[in-house]
Design a protein around this ligand. Structure first.
Ligand code: GUN
Length: 293
């Protein structure tokens, strides 16, 4: 029987831990605050931003949503970041990716105070992850994947892990987390130019699929008994549904589920974990500012 890794349930466990930490901080007069910045009108980004803000209010966190038009200039976005850096009620800042093409995203990320960079995208936090310095912020999606593996009893030590995708949001930090001391996996990072991708993936005890192509990873990529974590969230046209589309991952769910030891569904796998880890990072930012380590 394939173990279906229930991201909703595990995210709920993380958020229950968060609730007691929030209560403790509030007793000390600190309400963790998160600012979420959306530039433009990308429909998926709008949904993500709204669910982040909603989760904050459910948990009694302070939150601020800033929406800028799709024509916003670099200076306008930088001005918002500067204001949020200086706002004592805000402990975490997130600028939703991807922004419209006129925005230099890297420059925006560098402008965020690293102590408020709850996405873990600032070079200082990227360096801390590589250095295994636990005072930094780890990007939320890969941190969520690690938690799914741990909560599901998947052994990473000595395991062959293949990360498919080399983005700064998922692939690269994921590889660093899996190879870090304590996780101890043997990691291969594969990408669009990898030769014999099927063969590379078939070696894996653990596959992290972060490719961005709907249902790309089919059963022939997967060794019997492997664990498959599907990071993809793709909208594919489906006239038979009310919305005209359905959500699917980067993995062909049914056929891979028939072979895997454990795997995540989409939706309900990695997605809920990303928000839970964002809340955790916001609490960490508030604790570190208050020097409540
Ligand atoms: N877009 C997709 N995932 C993320 C994320 O984790 N953070 C931000 N800021 N944008 C994203």
């Amino acid at each position: 029987m394939t173990q279906i890794i229930d991201g909703k349930k595990i995210a709920h466990e993380v958020l229950t831990e968060c609730e007691s930490e929030i209560a403790e901080l509030k007793q000390q007069g600190i309400t963790p605050g998160l600012a979420v910045v959306l530039v433009g009108e990308d429909p998926a980004s709008k949904v993500y931003v709204n669910s982040k803000v909603k989760k904050c209010s459910e948990l009694g966190l302070h939150s601020e949503k800033i929406v800028l038009s799709k024509d916003a200039t670099q200076e306008e976005v930088l001005a918002v970041v500067t204001r949020l850096n200086e706002d004592d009620a805000i402990h975490g800042i997130l600028v939703q990716s991807p922004p419209p093409p006129q925005i230099d995203e890297e420059a925006i990320v560098r402008a965020i105070d690293p102590a408020k960079d709850v996405d873990g995208f600032h070079p200082e936090n990227v360096a801390k992850l590589a250095l295994e310095d636990s005072t930094g912020f780890v990007p939320c999606t890969p941190a969520g994947c690690m938690r799914l593996l741990q909560a599901s009893g998947i052994e990473t030590s000595g395991a062959e892990a293949v990360v498919v995708g080399r983005s700064m949001i998922v692939g690269k930090p994921m590889a660093l987390l899996l190879m870090a001391r304590g996780s101890d996996a043997t990691v291969t990072v594969a990408h669009s130019r990898t030769k014999d991708l099927v063969e590379v993936c078939r070696r894996a005890d653990i596959i992290i699929a972060a490719i961005g192509k709907p249902e790309f990873l089919t059963a022939d990529f997967v060794k019997d008994g492997a664990t498959v974590i599907d990071v993809g969230i793709n909208r594919v046209e489906d006239p038979s549904t009310k919305k005209g589309y359905r959500l699917c991952g980067d993995v062909s769910y049914e056929e891979v589920a028939a072979k895997a030891h454990a795997m995540t569904p989409v939706p309900g796998g990695v997605g809920p974990m990303t928000i839970a880890m964002l809340i955790k990072n916001t609490i960490k930012a508030a604790r570190q500012r208050g020097e409540l380590l």
